[in-house]
Design a protein around this ligand. Sequence first.
Ligand code: GTP
Ligand code: SPV
Ligand code: MN
Length: 583
Amino acid sequence: MSASSVAERWVDGTAGMTRPSNVVWCDGSKQEYDRLIEQMLRDGTLLALNARTYPNCYLHRSHPSDVARTEQLTFICTRTRDDAGPTNNWMAPAEAKAKAGQYLNGAMRGRTMYVIPYLMGPAGSAMSRTGIMVTDSAYVVASMHIMARVGDVAIKAMRSDDDFIAGVHSLGDLSPERRLILHFPEEKTIWSVGSGYGGNALLGKKCHALRLGSWQARQEGWLAEHMLIIGVEDPQGEITYIAAAMPSASGKTNLAMAVSSLPGWRVWTVGDDIAWIHVDANGQLRAINPERGFFGVAPNTSPKTNPNATAMVKSNTIFTNVALTTDRGVWWEDMTDTPPSECLDWRGKKWTPEIAKETGARAAHPNARFTAPASQCPTIDPAWEDPEGVPISALIFGGRRASTLPLIYQAFNWSSGVYLGATMGSEMTAAAAGTIGKVRRDPMAMLPFCGYHMGDYFRHWIKMQRSLSVSPRIFHVNWFRKGADGKFIWPGYSENMRVLKWIVDRARVRAKARETAIGWVPEYSDMEWKGLDFSEAQFDELQKIERSAWKHEVIDHEELFIELHDHLPKEMVYERELLICRL
Ligand code: GTP
Ligand code: SPV
Ligand code: MN
């Protein structure tokens, strides 16, 4: 493996700081993966699952205080605080390096430092980008093998000697007191220490593809978004591609792999978490999935909710923080109707339904995950690795809201659509440490992932329209509205196809809608109801737009706008005023 002289010098410098006992350049081969797995089975990092029922599958138990992204320990380290903006934690670059340097100096003593050149995006795509990360965690290397394209393919894609994002990762001592996830967009550098979990440690994902990606995207005129990508095929065999932003643990993987409840309609999976979206020479949006695998939420994944994911994780999968059954299979809450009579919970302690009833102990951690190759998804789109990406005709924003937000509405136009995305709110989930259930503004589902000033991000979105020949239609969905009984009104999952159908038909200008204060909505008769017993009264409850609740909503929007004040594009202020008038 040979890299550029810039990369080699950077790796040498990093080894000088972290002092590993040896340095290994990764080539991304199967032999390398197998060696890593063997080593982790020996040292207990992984447990082998039943080779017959779960071939090449493994269980990893993370440190109990290292089970989710830690947003409060995540920083954007730009020279000026204003460039990071008020929605990001900020630290001055020198201070950040001094602080993390204390934890990283000598951190790899006695350990191997793996150097992982990785490519985000398909080989041969002008939209793909290279990163090189070092890590002292074999689990991170194996996970990167699944989640990104590792090895020579990444080096070959570099457009110049210094065309890579440089990432330093060390487990440190896994203590949250000595954990920092630092981004230096001006230096194209990431430093992450003290966590081995998901988005904190697999640096290609949130750190590179979103935080630094969004920074590069603004400079280069494209979008790096927290979005799934799907192709929706209609009964005529035509495919309409859609990208959808939803906050963490709010339904992207499930929608990306949805099994249609409507005959003749189906969903093809391109990506489940991140979309890099460019404008092509004809003014059409085109998207690639920069990832190569799925790091999905395990709890609730079942043959009923997500049969594709269920099939996908039967082989070549690494599970993290799920329960281990007595026949060395895996289990998590709501995987099956009846829980196993006994298993080991995500920490390796005995768990039974009786213990759960008594103590409330969970078998799997709520943020337990699977890491599986995208190619194993039964609905993977034949075009998922097309270097040209797929053409995007509609964008969806989706929050997790128990009240106020209807199942579906469509923005009037691009700028009202940007307003809709910019002001979206969602209840917090277990994907990040924090107050679960509390509604927070999560603009475009990018609050934890936008690498620069959120006001400038909105400006960038507004500006993107200038280069488009056709604006994609923009929609908002909410699968999570609850009725008076506290239960979800909408059945969700495969029934979401009914909503997708209306969206596709609107994008193709063949479905009707009614104008409301907040946007266009379908009438009951505009939706396909065959095969589902869902009354007009239920639909009305789901679609209700209450003016008083919306006035509160708009006050909440103002709080965000005040925070962003001088960076906010004027279009956002107009859109808010228009909404107030219409309400
Ligand atoms: P990240 O990987 O964290 O970005 O999450 P995600 O957005 O991919 O979320 P995912 O699809 O894994 O869903 C998270 C949770 O939402 C799971 O518990 C799902 O069962 C639940 N969920 C997904 N879709 C629906 C739906 O249509 N209705 C309901 N009620 N719950 C859903
Ligand atoms: C998310 O939290 O949005 C995830 C999981 O996709 S992680 O990779 O940990 O960020
Ligand atoms: Mn995500």
